[in-house]
Design a binder for this molecule. Sequence first.
Ligand code: SF4
Length: 357
Amino acid sequence: MELLRLEATTLSLGDRVLSLDREGRPYHYFRQGLTYKRALDGSLHLRFREGERKRRRLPREEALAIYGETLDLARRHLQDPERRREALRWTPEALLDPTPYRRAYLWPVGILPPDAYLSVVLQATTGCTWNRCAFCSFYQDRPFQKRSAAEFGGHVEAVLDLLGRGRLLRRGVFLADGNALALSEPLTPLLEEVGRRFPREPVLGFLDLFAGVRKEASWWARLYALGLRRVYIGLETGHAPLLALLGKPGHPKEVLPLARALKGAGLGLGVILMVGAGGKAYGKAHREESLNLLAELPLDRGDIVYLSPFQEIPGTPYAALGLEPLPQVEAELSLWAEAIRRMGLRAARYDIREFLY
Ligand code: SF4
């Protein structure tokens, strides 16, 4: 059976479900308990359950075989002439080719919050202003750079070229990279450009405490007027000694005036905490002080508390600390989530291994 939506085409064939964007590219393929997802750089990612959830990126030959299979399904089962044309102009090699993505993104998109995987990512900056947190490797490959209005305009064009009609699947604009909202005045022409190219689309972005606390409350109202709607704060912990150990500047309590200013401007918040960071030694203080701090924040049901099961990344300064990991991170995460829900707030999982753009 084929389902023709304005933004996508879906073929349901018993135990197989194949979804294509309006450029005819498969973006989701379910086959007998296995889920394949195509990222915009052409790479293909498998998700499946084997007791726990597993994930891996397919090597070239395997990805080509799966793309060949999706094309074969489209050839045999797609009836609508326009949707057939969209799908059948591709080859497995073209689907795997990263060149169009590299033209649009000089540096690959490092990470997004889970509810922004289907946004359009625009890099107002590349890299992170700080780039020295002990646990973070997202932007180690690049220097921090701001984009001028002209450079940003060129980047927007290239992203729109990459997406083509695949843009119809996407909602919202995520202003990347790690800390684009650290910019001051140079941000305004970039947001104006976003407003012109993506009218009425909500703008989202990460903000770290140390960058946020330096802004006046009125600044956030200006950004709201320019389309900013949600800010994701990498708080990580409410326990100050742990934040210092993680190499992140500032004091967790600084989130209180910042959150008040952001909420006062009408912005939604996503507050990110890393469950399991600091390992066994910090487990109790990390949980208690983080939950206490959350209880003081002016959050409501429109906001989200993201709980990220901590992933130690080899080669980072954190790994060199040699901290004994928390033995049951998933059980700990459930404890946190229950406590947050008891506060009347929304808690959601933020597993960085699931990130795909
Ligand atoms: S956690 Fe945030 S502030 Fe720290 S290095 Fe990573 S992107 Fe930068």
